[in-house]
Design a protein around this ligand. Structure first.
Ligand code: 5AD
Ligand code: SF4
Length: 475
């Protein structure tokens, strides 16, 4: 790669290491006196990028000498990593932060830090400042690597700290990571978004696109595979833009091609792809690869060209379905999933029906569907053609019904087939069955034993339902 992206300097990372070490030394003294370690608790809302950021925050907290807790009640450091994609996510964050007031009252030494997309918006940071006086630190997505310094400052100066948006968004390498799983991992390949879809807050809270150096990514994936990780998801708001900011002749398909050469027993997933730059080259690389999962998450958002134009998506349905057809031509058994928004401002009944027709035509394995939520500062929120809530909800229900039949049919065809499934252990909602995911990310339920967790199993599918598959271990 010819040009490097703007990264946080190694001197700066070293400076943060020094803060981590000095807090760790203080926490060691606390341990010697009290005979227990101070704990930290991280709560993550929103997308996988936030999950990945939280693993870094947890890594830094551990390097500061805190021990992880599963509950906020006994924590000395609480981190809430917030989301801003829809109003619901923001309300949830605020209500959770509200619940921490009594924990702080019990333990005045507790430090409460709020970070992530919601508080990167100035108006939310101000709201926390005025309405949640017991919150100690607020920092935006551009300041994650500065977390140790902020904690140290809070400890020494006792003042509240507000750093919502630093204007400069960089790539930070060399931050400690505490991964949640020892067989599934996130690897960010790029950060930020340049697309400005008219409904979306992300470009305002995550800055412009910047790609990580390819050698750093490949090294990280190799280390994960060598330490036994089985499913690695490459993350970016729009992975198909990977490398464009370098201006070099190296794109996401090239990156996948190189990663695929790493020897081992593992799958690579990636998300999210923007249809406007999903190339045939990328699909060809997937089709001929050994490790790239045959799963394409390709958000369509709407099946109406008028709505797609108003959303500033820069493709029409014909272009979109052309990509879907090409994926199926090259990989007939690939799973294709999508995101759909209903009730975008100005969406007519005909527009909505075009989306239903698009679902019937595309036959997605699964969709993530959302009711349009106006986001302050985005163009769509200013539109005077907002759709009333009752119409939005009615359309949402109709959308789910149409997709339910399609998902059911796509799962039924798997009955009798044997699929490779990565076992996730006992199901979270039913501790009598085990669950896992297929290459196409479909959930499968089956009987197993604890040592199956984190292993690939061959599962014979006995029943396909709308939202899951049910089967038996074959070996
Ligand atoms: N309202 C509803 N859904 C949204 N998404 C993004 N912004 C909004 C919004 N304002 C959805 C899109 C995107 C997914 C991550 O969230 O479908 O692909
Ligand atoms: Fe939001 Fe569009 Fe960027 Fe996705 S591509 S993060 S929907 S602006």
């Amino acid at each position: 790669m010819s040009e490097k992206n703007k990264t946080v300097s190694s001197a700066e990372i070293l400076r943060q290491r020094e803060y981590m070490n000095s807090i760790a030394a203080d926490n060691e003294v606390f341990f010697d006196t009290h005979k227990f370690r101070k704990k930290f608790f991280v709560l993550t809302l929103g997308c996988q990028q936030n999950e990945a950021d939280s693993e870094r925050l947890a890594g830094m907290a551990e390097a500061m000498g805190y021990e992880k807790s599963e509950s906020p009640d006994d924590a000395y450091l609480i981190i809430v990593n917030t989301c801003a994609i829809r109003e619901h996510a923001e309300k949830r964050a605020l209500s959770l932060v509200g619940q921490y007031k009594h924990i702080k009252a019990r333990n005045p030494e507790l430090i409460i830090a709020i970070c992530g997309c919601m508080v990167t918006q100035q108006h939310r940071s101000d709201e926390i400042k005025h309405r949640y006086p017991y919150v100690d630190i607020v920092f935006g997505t551009s300041s994650i690597h500065k977390f140790p310094e902020l904690v140290a400052k809070k400890m020494s100066e006792k003042k509240r700290i507000f750093l919502p948006d630093e204007k400069e968004y960089l790539v930070a390498e060399g931050i400690p990571v505490r991964r949640e799983s020892n067989y599934r991992a996130w690897v960010s390949v790029m950060y930020g978004c340049n697309n400005f879809c008219s409904y979306c807050i992300v470009p305002y809270v995550r800055g412009r696109e910047r790609s990580r150096d390819k050698d750093e990514i490949i090294k990280e994936v190799r280390e994960l595979v060598e330490s036994g990780y089985k499913d690695i998801t490459l993350l970016g708001q729009n992975v198909n833009s990977y490398g464009k900011d370098f201006g070099a002749d190296y794109d996401f398909a090239d990156l996948l091609c190189e990663i695929d050469k790493i020897e081992g027993d593992y799958f690579i997933h990636f998300m999210t792809s923007h249809p406007k730059d999903a190339t045939r080259k990328l699909i060809d690389v997937m089709a001929s690869s050994k490790h790239i999962a045959r799963h394409f998450h390709l958000p369509m958002q709407s099946g109406s060209d008028a709505v797609l134009r108003a959303m500033n998506r820069r493709y029409d349905f014909e272009k979109y379905i052309g990509i879907v057809d090409y994926i199926r031509e090259k990989m007939p058994d690939a799973a294709i999933t999508s995101d759909i928004i209903v009730g975008f401002p100005g969406e007519t009944e005909e527009d909505f029906e075009a989306t239903l027709d698009a679902l019937r035509r595309a036959k997605f394995d699964m969709i993530f569907s959302f009711i349009y939520s106006p986001r302050k500062g985005t163009p769509a929120a200013e539109s005077d053609e907002q759709i009333p809530d009752d119409i939005k909800s009615a359309r949402f229900d109709r959308l789910l019904k149409v997709q339910a039949d399609i998902s059911l049919a796509s799962n039924k065809v798997l009955e009798g087939k044997t699929l490779r499934v990565l076992c996730d252990g006992l199901s979270k909602n039913n501790d009598k069955v085990y669950s896992g995911r297929t290459e196409g990310s479909k959930i499968v339920f089956f009987d197993a034993t604890p040592e199956c967790e984190g292993k690939f199993l061959e599962i014979k599918i006995e029943r396909g339902d709308t939202f899951a598959l049910y089967g038996k271990i074959e070996k």
